[in-house]
Design a protein around this ligand. Sequence first.
Ligand code: UDP
Length: 320
Amino acid sequence: MPKKILVTGGSGFIGSNLVRELLKDKNNEIICIDNNYTGSIDNIKELLDNKRFKFIEHDIINPLNIDDKIDEIYNLACPASPPFYQGKMAINTTKTCVYGAINMLELARKNNAKILQTSTSEVYGEPLVHPQIETYRGNVNPTGIRACYDEGKRCAESLFFDYNRIYNVKIKVVRIFNTYGPFMNPNDGRVVSNFICQALRGENLTVYGDGTQTRSFCYVDDLIEVIIKMMSSNDDFIGPVNIGNPNEFTIKELSELVVNKINKNLKIIYKPLPLDDPTQRRPDIGLAKEKLNWEPKIQLREGLDKTIDYFANIIKRYKK
Ligand code: UDP
């Protein structure tokens, strides 16, 4: 029997990598949902002819009626880059997290489908525990400019657990830490895409603050592997589980790595640190190792090379 899998956010960065990987299994039929606000058809265009792939333009803020019987839902839809989810998109971001979770959980309930929520390291806010472990409850500013995303994602986790407790919906919750790789949007303002694109264009690299804040960067292929593993794990393991790469770098170190790889003549310039920008972030992935027998394999230097190749091609295409 073919398996029908619905992926929301399927034309976004992680979503488009996920649908590509899922399609490798000939048993899988994919329904990809996106409103293309931050995702793009360009990310999935060669999949549109595949008979096992269907794209539906839809905003998950609104309920989704679908005739197919769905077996699994991966809920990824949400703007995830700070410059995108802040400002004008803020209210929409919370609605996507909360109404989107309710609409997808209702769909899962109706179909008796398993549903996986992509939550985030942002649920930990400005963490006072380092590295972050799943039992840490976080330190989020509920009125700050990141709250639309952080609190939206926290509320979505709460909805998932309530649907599980009240309606027995089969849920899975993963908390994704910083991830990078091919199909990132070159204009979405994240640090890895910004630095690489700036360097490839011969521009100075913009470090926000003094660059001592840390992040731990996971290459997207490693992340996709564990997301799929989580979906097929035992029903009694529901998470939340941290997924990411525990190797921690300062943002200044990252900028130096990119400059050294692309063009040593470029300068690093310093800009103001955005409000509520977390000082440190690193996942404790002990739970993922134990329950899912997973750890990332691709380290930053290698992953950066693959990502630089991807962006170099994109930038060349735009120039033509
Ligand atoms: N950052 C930076 N320069 C940029 C973009 C981001 O120094 O051009 C910093 C940002 O302030 C944060 C870190 O890099 O401290 C990671 O930012 P990103 O937006 O990629 O993800 P976040 O982890 O903050 O959600």
